[in-house]
Design a protein around this ligand. Structure first.
Ligand code: NAD
Length: 471
């Protein structure tokens, strides 16, 4: 398979192209380097029909067969990791090492999910009656993914949805469709036709999908603003929804930390993938006693970061993934500058491409946009605090509730702070760790429902209670 050209959608187990094409831009150069088909509404209908047609047989397979096919899917992708890594860096921008983590991680994720099985419960088994609850698949899943972790976040949907017995039509972001299209092509010989369809197109396609009557459920990852539109579209025929949306995660650094030991981990938690991570640290609250030392250490790390084309050796931070997001981050930076906030910046950035220097904002007022909004780019506000109660109030004063972190030498104290943070995930003395066996769920406007873990698997299923009367 040639990973550098011939990008086609996968519909009903075969390739599909279209009359019109969309450019895919390398964010490190700002130049288009590939084209993908722009799915028509007739092709979407075809994809949904093929997924509907494949559903009865797919759901009727024994679970062990679907588990085995997910393992075969992992085996089919694995020999192509290096080709996918190169393609990933070209379309997404991330460093080669970071791209490898994502592609290898997807293979491992498929394998881990293939070992899962939905539970069955016996509520009562007596002389009067037998009551069983079991879980059944929903039908055709509409899956929509964003551009920041395009492969990971697609696999988070594909693996559990298919294991549960559903079929799927998946849409990657128009900014990062290439690896997903090639992975679907690799799986054409593994999965029965129609089980996994991958289509691509502009944002219109998302609107057509979320209002399409053929879907039983929408699994969406993206911004909170789009998530609200998805939920509105789903309400027309009460499609089930799982929404994994934005975040403005707070990290709290207590005065007892070893600043030198934690600085690099905190830096990575904020800036990995050039801060384009839903669960990145986006507000860094630091106790006044260690504030200056940690700030100086983070500025040193910012200055040492090598920002550039992710395919070049030594580059640690790539570009902002697309021109739209780049403009948004630059606008936020200009606003901070206009307000007279202190910006501590590191490193030279290339002239070509969508680059932003690593920026730390030194103790801005809490109400500033740079604190209140999800930047989704390398601008980190550092904020000073004095007391635990005060910092927990400030961390929780957000419409978002995705994740957060606590850094402290005292595990018990950190645990009690973690329990008071109103987010679906909290890390203590680590961050960005997410696992297939652990639920990931946004609170407040960070989302609805759960991905991953048994809870995430069951979101792709419906409980069925069976009552048998015994005479
Ligand atoms: P986005 O909402 O712009 O787009 C996400 C996807 O939705 C894309 O595939 C896009 O084409 C599609 N889309 C756009 N308009 C649509 C519509 N009206 N109906 C249906 N689909 C539509 O988000 P983005 O800019 O690609 O991603 C960045 C955002 O995603 C950030 O806010 C980030 O925090 C969030 N995110 C959340 C998680 C999570 O798990 N909670 C993970 C990654 C990213």
């Amino acid at each position: 398979m040639d990973f550098d050209r011939d990008y086609s959608m996968t519909i009903n187990g075969g390739p599909a192209t279209a009359a019109s094409w969309l450019d895919v831009v390398n964010p490190a150069t700002g130049k288009a380097f590939a084209q993908v088909p722009d799915c028509t509404s007739e092709q979407l209908d075809e994809a949904v029909s093929s997924a509907q047609a494949a559903f009865p047989q797919w759901r009727a397979l024994p679970l062990s067969d679907r588990q085995a096919l997910l393992l075969k899917a992992a085996d089919a992708i694995e020999p192509h990791v290096e080709a996918l890594v190169r393609l990933f860096t070209r379309e997404q921008g991330r460093s080669t090492a970071g791209a490898r983590l994502e592609i290898e991680g997807a293979v491992q994720w498929l394998r881990a999910v293939s070992r899962m099985a939905p539970p069955e419960h016996v509520v009562e088994d007596s002389t009067e009656q037998l009551i069983r609850t079991r879980y059944v698949p929903l039908g055709v899943i509409c899956a929509i993914a964003p551009w920041n972790f395009p492969v990971t976040l697609s696999i988070w949907k594909i693996a559990p949805a298919l294991l549960a017995g559903n079929t799927m039509v998946l849409k990657p972001s128009p900014f990062t469709p290439l690896c997903t299209l090639k992975i679907a092509e690799l799986l054409r010989d593994v999965l029965p036709a129609g089980v996994l369809n991958v289509v691509c197109g502009g944002d219109n396609l998302g609107v057509w999908m979320t209002s399409h009557p053929g879907f039983a459920k929408i699994s969406f990852t993206g911004s909170t603003a789009t998530g609200k539109r998805v939920m509105e579209a789903a309400s027309r025929d009460l499609k089930r929804v799982t929404l994994e949306l934005g975040g403005n995660d707070a990290a709290i650094v207590m005065p007892d930390v070893d600043v030198d030991a934690v600085a690099e981990k905190i830096f990575n938690g904020a800036f990995y993938n050039s801060a384009q991570i839903c669960v990145a640290t986006k507000r860094l609250y630091v106790h006044a006693d260690v504030y200056d030392r940690l700030r100086d250490r983070l500025v040193e790390l910012a200055q040492a970061a090598k920002v550039g084309d992710g395919s070049q050796q030594g580059v640690t931070l790539g570009p902002i993934q697309n021109a739209r997001q780049w403009e948004r981050v630059r606008e936020l930076l200009a606003d901070a500058r206009e307000k007279g906030l202190t910006l501590l910046q590191g490193g030279d950035v290339p002239e070509e491409g969508f680059f932003i220097p690593v920026t730390i904002v030194d103790n801005p007022p809490e109400h500033e946009r740079v604190v209140q909004e999800e930047a989704f780019g390398p601008i980190l506000p550092m904020l000073k605090f004095q007391s635990v109660d005060e910092v927990i109030d400030r961390a929780n004063a957000s419409d978002y509730g995705l994740a957060g972190a606590v850094w402290s030498a005292d595990e018990d104290a950190a645990m009690s702070i973690a329990e008071r943070i109103e987010t679906g995930t909290v890390w203590i003395n680590q961050n960005l760790v997410l696992r297939p066996d652990t639920p990931f769920a946004g609170r407040k406007q960070s989302g609805l429902g759960v991905e991953n873990g048994m809870e995430g698997l069951l979101e792709f299923m419906a409980p069925q209670a069976i009552y048998l009367a015994r005479s």
